[in-house]
Design a protein around this ligand. Structure first.
Ligand SMILES: [Ca+2]
Ligand SMILES: [Ca+2]
Ligand SMILES: [Ca+2]
Ligand SMILES: [Ca+2]
Length: 419
C-alpha cells in the first residue's frame, strides 16, 4: 500500500513537471506567442506598449517593390514606384488594398503629390500633370522639362505646386509653367500647411507666408539638422526628421506663432528616415525599421521604439490604425499598429471599434488565449468555446487526470502481481 502511494506521488510529480511549463508559457510567454504570430509587442520600462500586427502582404503587377513614397487621400492610396511610375489602390477596406490603376512614368519617378483629381509626378527629368479623375485609367495631360534628384519635395496649394525649389503654375493642366523659385536643398522637404509653406535648406527649416502664392515670404526659421526631408504638422506642432544628421533625429517644433518657430523637444532615433507620420499620439518613421515615438507629451517624447525589424523600409503610409510598409525587394506589408494597453497584440482602437474585445483584458472570453492570438488564428475572441486547437491549457487539463489514472492502473497491476 505504502509503495502504491509513493508511486502515485511520483506520478503526480512527473505530471506537474510535464504540464506546469505549459501554464507558465501561456502566462509569461506572451511576447513569444505574439512574435510567433508576426505580432511585435514593444514594452520599455515605464512607457506605454505598442503592438504591430502584420495582417497581410500585398503584391500587384510587380509594383509593390521599390515604393519610395506613399500618399493616402480618402479611400485611395497612391504609391510611387521609383522604376515604374504611379500606382493607385482602393483602400475602402483598409486592411485589404485592391489595385485600381497604374500609370507608367518614363525615367525614374522621384516624387509626387495628389490634389483632387490630379497627381503631380516628378521624374528625374520631367514634371508631369496626371489626370486621375478615373482612378482606373490615370493619364498624363501636361508636362514640363525639369530635372529633380531628391525626394519628398512636392506639395500643392490651389493652382501652384511647390516642387523642391520651383513654384509651378498648374492653372492650365496641359501647360504647367515654372513661375518662381525658392531656396531649398538636396532631399529638402516642401510642405504646404494652410497658408504657409514649410521648406528646408541644408541647415534650416523655414516657414513662409503664401499670401502671394508665387512669392513665399519667410516669417521664421529654425535649425533643423542637415536637410530636413520629412515633415508632419499636427495641432500647431511640426515634427521634422533630418535625412543626414543622425545625431538629431526627430525635432518637435512649435509653429503656433509663424514669426517665432521654437524648439519643443528633440530625440535621437539613431538613423535617417524620409517618412514621418503623426498618428494618434505617436510619430512613426521608417528609420530602417518601422519606429514609433510617443509624443503624447510633446515636451517629453518617449524614446523611439522599433516595431518592424525585417529589412530596410523604403516608405510608409498610414490611415486610421493601419500602416502600409514598403520594403526593398518585398511585397507591401499591411499591418495594424497602435497603443496596446493590455499587451494582447490588438491595439486599443481596434479592440473597441473592430473586434469589440476588452482593451483592458488580454483574454476577453477567458478561454486561455490572448485576443490577438485568436484574431490571428481566426477564432472568436468573444466565444469561450471557440479557440485555437493546439491548446496548452486544455492539454494540461486533459493530460493530468489521464496520466494519473494510467500510472495508478500500472501501479495497481504491478503491486497485484507481486502479491
Ligand atoms: Ca490590446
Ligand atoms: Ca484585450
Ligand atoms: Ca480568448
Ligand atoms: Ca475564444
Amino acid at each position: 500500500m505504502r509503495r502504491r502511494v509513493n508511486l502515485l506521488l511520483l506520478s503526480l510529480f512527473i505530471c506537474s513537471i510535464i504540464c506546469l511549463p505549459n501554464f507558465s508559457l501561456a502566462i509569461n510567454g506572451r511576447t513569444n506567442i505574439l512574435q510567433e504570430l508576426d505580432i511585435n509587442l514593444v514594452t520599455t520600462d515605464g512607457t506605454p506598449q505598442i503592438s504591430c500586427r502584420q495582417i497581410r502582404t500585398f503584391k500587384a503587377n510587380n509594383m509593390s517593390t521599390y515604393i519610395t513614397q506613399i500618399e493616402i487621400r480618402g479611400n485611395y492610396m497612391y504609391m510611387l514606384n521609383f522604376y515604374y511610375g504611379l500606382h493607385i489602390l482602393d483602400i475602402t477596406n483598409r486592411s485589404d488594398p485592391i489595385s485600381v490603376g497604374v500609370i507608367e512614368i518614363p525615367g525614374l519617378s522621384t516624387g509626387f503629390t495628389v490634389d483632387g483629381d490630379y497627381a503631380y509626378v516628378q521624374s528625374s527629368t520631367v514634371f508631369y500633370v496626371v489626370d486621375i479623375s478615373d482612378r482606373s485609367a490615370p493619364v498624363s495631360v501636361g508636362n514640363l522639362a525639369k530635372s529633380y534628384d531628391g525626394q519628398n519635395g512636392i506639395s500643392v496649394r490651389g493652382n501652384f505646386v511647390y516642387d523642391r525649389g520651383s513654384i509651378i503654375n498648374v492653372t492650365d493642366k496641359t501647360n504647367p509653367e515654372i513661375v518662381d523659385s525658392y531656396n531649398t536643398c538636396y532631399h529638402g522637404v516642401s510642405k504646404v500647411v494652410g497658408d504657409y509653406l514649410f521648406y528646408s535648406d541644408s541647415n534650416y527649416l523655414h516657414m513662409a507666408d503664401l499670401t502671394n502664392a508665387t512669392n513665399p515670404i519667410d516669417t521664421s526659421n529654425i535649425t533643423a539638422g542637415k536637410s530636413a526631408d520629412a515633415i508632419e504638422y499636427h495641432n500647431g506642432l511640426v515634427f521634422v526628421q533630418s535625412f543626414y544628421d543622425v545625431d538629431y533625429g526627430v525635432k518637435i517644433i512649435d509653429a503656433t506663432d509663424p514669426y517665432n518657430l521654437t524648439l519643443v523637444a528633440e530625440t535621437d532615433n539613431a538613423s535617417y528616415a524620409d517618412d514621418l507620420i503623426y498618428n494618434n499620439g505617436y510619430v512613426y518613421t521608417n528609420t530602417w525599421r518601422l519606429s514609433a515615438l510617443n509624443v503624447t507629451n510633446p515636451e517629453a517624447p518617449t524614446f523611439i521604439i522599433h516595431l518592424h525589424n525585417k529589412e530596410l523600409i523604403y516608405s510608409i503610409g498610414m490611415s486610421e490604425f493601419y500602416v502600409y510598409i514598403s520594403m526593398k525587394d518585398s511585397d507591401l506589408i499591411v499591418a495594424s499598429v497602435g497603443y496596446d494597453k493590455d499587451g494582447d497584440g490588438l491595439n486599443d482602437v481596434e479592440e473597441t471599434t473592430v473586434f469589440l474585445t476588452d482593451p483592458n483584458n488580454p483574454d476577453s472570453d477567458g478561454d486561455g488565449y490572448l485576443d490577438g492570438e485568436e484574431v490571428v488564428a481566426g477564432t472568436d475572441p468573444l466565444d469561450k468555446r471557440d479557440h485555437p486547437r493546439t491548446n496548452n491549457f486544455s492539454n494540461s487539463y486533459i493530460v493530468i487526470p489521464f496520466a494519473i489514472a494510467a500510472i495508478y492502473c500500472i501501479t495497481h497491476l504491478f503491486t497485484k502481481k507481486r502479491k
